[in-house]
Design a protein around this ligand. Sequence first.
Ligand SMILES: [Zn+2]
Length: 370
Amino acid sequence: MISIIRAFQRYYVERSKAIFAPQVERREFMFMDFDDNVRRYISFESLEELRAYLMRMVPKHAYYSVGLYDNPSSRSRSMEGAELLFDIDSTDLGCDLCDRDDLYACRSCGHESMREFSICPRCGSSKILRLDWLNEHCIEAALREVKKVLDILLGDFSIDERDLLVSYTGNRGFHIRVLAGGFIKLGKRERMEIVDYVRGRYFSPERIMKKTEEGYIIPDPSEAGWRGRFSRTLLSLFPDKVLKKEKELLAKISRKELRDVVNEMVERYSAGIDEAVTFDIKRLTRIPNSLHGKTGLRAMTLPLAEFEDFNPFINAVGLSEDPVTVRIEHRVPEFRILDRNYGPFNPGEVVELPVHAAALIVLKGRGSIG
Ligand SMILES: [Zn+2]
């Protein structure tokens, strides 16, 4: 592991300027080292102090509080607000293509299979290890949800782009942070309402349509928000049931069909966020541009104009090409980093790899150094 820690350290020395935390002096920090020891209630007076700490301590995972405190390292502190955080993780999205490289391994006898099992078919043990992986489908699935959240934040809530921070988590997901003043002050209950809105809950078509003797007058499909989304969905599902009546659109549609429209609208536009994260104002979340301890990739911030073309295996590689020797312990699927393909590898193989590829295998629990 020492060569991976050294590679992390080199990153924190050479790329230290990229590390930042908005309003650093008001946040609590938490770090986990490579022996899985956790340090909490840490605070810094400046970004330079935080960067120096990372270079010196070289954590495996680095987090800060979404909460802003008057005295962040004290246990009797008071919270002055919290950034509004949306967490999208493809692990929660049930994407089969993302999960296709997951591996299940018996801790007792070493039997492994790509198919999930809870009792080992070879030895009967119930000590089963699930080893996930990261592929481009995980990123595609998560990015689709990021786009939905951004559409709502920028369109429905009219939040200024400059008040949003989008970042890759370094593993299978993304974070969207709202830093605008009004949102920082929201309490838990208001955050829950925002979650419901983003999820498209409690939408009642009867409330936005006017019932006439001939049918329902529906909102203009170009309208912002769920009103427009509703009409766009209705038009795409039942184009023949909508006709133009003077300036308005008239839908001759049954209640049952309206239900179908709402269900389809939610399916299309509701964003797959981890809801508990958004209303938890005490959450700790990954420091932008720090390294993720399960991949060695950068939790990098992404300009809004660029996030759709993002590829972590090209853009978020933070470790060097220095060669290290890896002993494969569990099957590794074929993968690609920068311009090179690696694998597939089988248990027992010993291979020499650039440390950025080695880190992915070792930190995902499928091999060890040396
Ligand atoms: Zn077994």
